[in-house]
Ligand binder design. Structure first.
Ligand code: TNX
Length: 556
């Protein structure tokens, strides 16, 4: 282990973090080819065949099923590989007899096999079902002749491609041509997720992040088979999505952010671009309009929504819990129905998140009356309600999802909501909150939920974490990044890596695969990829990172 170094400095532009910079003993070289088992998140089954490595060369062809979705994944793979390998790989239609090169087949074959493998590994039947139901599994076979990825869905093929990417040397992350060789370790991987919902949340309200920055975040989470992006679109400090019927929400409510920056908002067209960029990476956007609290920005735009009927001043601090829309005025519900209808119409995914947290100005009865009127407004848009777990206290709405963000392992309200049929999305504040500091010396972030080093983020089982919430009631896990203290892409990345891959593994891999000593070694291998890709991360002293190349060794 490297010594724990003092002297943290603010997030450096180069991605360096002085704490972990000391070379760790026994680390594998950064340019050593990965082993078949070096994948994050851990697959269901890995069977290496050391004699069967495949080498990508200028003659390699990507063959895909004729289905346009398979062809699209083929082109995504070609685009990922081209910059570093230096030549384009042609994408052609797979012929039934042809093999060799990299083949992506969209068919039913792997689902049954992988589901079988999951069953053997899973601790409960529900886990096996969660994997099989989602149909996101794939099978990857590497032999001397080529690589074959088979899946029952385009998402499965896409995940197979993410795995293949991790099987190539870290230099594959270079944007300039590298010499290679581009070897893929031989053997078979069978894989399928444990949970259907694997999420990350980005708070674009406290600090606004533009479309390119959100795209970059999407790219990052897609590597680890995250399939939901929750966008926290509104809060006291900013309203980030244009609503036709209520234009001042974005124009006035969007013009502020924490510490007085310029803010910003997404037009409908920009939001659609985010949704489709995510969808191409098999990620569903979950929009959140936080209600009834966390609404100061909306109130500055339309004073008639405020309890006093007058617009408050804009707010650029970081307190919570002081704002609310007027819950006893009929016009508030007309407003809400119109806003939710527009957001729902822009969003193809099934979920609409209505917040519900920290409405401290309301009494419990007022809160319940409001939320019980709000839930049917969501249902009227055809979407499923998602809310922070304070929502558990109010009447059930069919299929609703309760997002748990507490720091304990028992919550009577959540357990009762589950008895009434709610599903639970687990975001325990002291495990998954990406805005918590790693150590007291972390230059960014908060600590109200605790300090979260990688082992803490990784050290829990979502299937048995909350009392009264059995694995079959768990929809999945989500890692939220609140951005009161986070202002740039480098800072987003620093707080996200390396903790997000830990949460991604809890969401994807079977509980029987959760193994800290193994995980920390697999995670170490990701560091060289992030270094090469220019992704900033915390060089956690818990992880045996490979030494960084000295400048003379840096390729290109
Ligand atoms: C609590 S988590 C909040 C957010 C803050 C966050 C900061 C939740 C539902 N509410 O409003 O940004 O803490 O860590």
């Amino acid at each position: 282990m490297p010594p724990s170094a003092p002297g943290f400095h603010p997030v450096p532009p180069s991605g360096a973090d002085p704490v972990g910079d000391a070379p760790s003993t026994g680390a594998r070289l950064a340019d050593a080819p990965p082993r078949l088992a070096d994948i994050v998140p851990a697959p269901v089954a890995v069977r290496p065949d050391p004699g069967a490595d495949y080498r990508i060369t200028a003659d390699t062809v990507i063959r895909t099923s004729p289905h346009p979705d398979a062809r699209a994944v083929g082109h995504q793979l070609a685009d990922l590989l081209q910059p570093a390998i230096g030549y384009p790989l042609p994408v052609v239609e797979a012929e039934s007899t042809g093999f060799g090169g990299i083949t992506l087949l969209l068919d039913q074959a792997p689902t049954a096999e992988v589901a079988g493998a999951t069953e053997a590994d899973a601790t409960t039947e529900a886990e096996a079902e969660a994997g099989a139901e989602a149909d996101e599994g794939y099978r990857l076979v590497v032999s001397g002749d080529g690589v074959l990825i088979r899946a029952g869905s385009a998402a499965g093929l896409f995940y197979g491609v993410q795995t293949l990417r991790q099987l190539l040397a870290a230099a594959i992350e270079c944007t300039e041509p590298q010499p290679g060789p581009w070897s893929v370790p031989g053997g078979v991987i069978e894989d399928a997720p444990r949970f259907g919902y694997r999420g990350a949340m980005l708070d674009v309200a406290r600090h606004y992040f533009g479309v390119p920055e959100v795209f970059r975040f999407i790219d990052h989470i897609a590597r680890y088979k995250i399939n939901h992006l929750h966008l926290h679109l509104t809060d006291d400090q900013g309203w980030r999505i244009a609503i036709d019927a209520w234009p001042r929400l974005a124009e006035i409510g969007g013009a502020t952010e924490v510490d007085g920056g310029p803010g910003g908002y997404y037009t409908a067209a920009q939001y659609r671009r985010i949704v489709s960029y995510a969808a191409e990476r098999h990620i569903t956007v979950v929009p959140e309009i936080d209600l009834p609290g966390h609404t100061n920005a909306a109130l500055t735009a339309y004073g008639e929504l405020a309890p006093a009927g007058v617009a408050p001043p804009p707010y650029t601090g970081t307190d919570v819990g002081f704002s609310s829309v007027a819950v006893d005025r009929e016009s508030t519900y007309t407003f809400l129905a119109e806003v939710l209808a527009e957001v729902a119409a822009l969003t193809p995914g099934p979920y609409l998140h209505i917040g519900g947290d920290e409405a401290f100005t309301l009494g419990p009865a007022e809160y319940a009356v409001f939320m019980e009127r709000l839930q049917p407004l969501v249902a009227a848009t055809g979407k499923t309600v998602v809310g922070w777990h304070q929502l558990a206290a109010v009447g059930h709405s069919p299929g609703r999802v309760i997002q748990y963000w507490g720091t304990g392992t028992a919550d009577a309200g959540v357990a009762e909501a589950v008895r009434q049929g709610a599903k639970v999305l687990l975001s325990p504040g002291n495990r998954t909150y990406l805005d918590m500091k790693y150590t007291p010396a972390t230059p960014l972030g908060k600590d109200w939920a605790g300090l979260i080093e990688v082992s803490t983020a990784y050290g829990w089982d979502p299937g048995s974490y909350l009392e009264g919430v059995p694995a079959e009631a768990v929809l999945g896990v989500e890692a939220p990044l609140w951005t009161e203290t986070v202002t740039s892409v480098a800072e987003i990345e620093y707080m996200t890596f390396p903790r997000l891959p830990a949460i991604a593994e809890l969401g994807w891999s079977a509980e029987s695969a959760r193994d800290w000593p193994d995980f920390r070694h697999r995670l170490a291998g990701q560091g060289a990829r992030w270094d090469t890709a220019g992704i900033t991360y915390h060089r956690s002293p818990e992880i045996p990172w490979q030494p960084r190349p000295t400048p003379a060794q840096v390729p290109g």
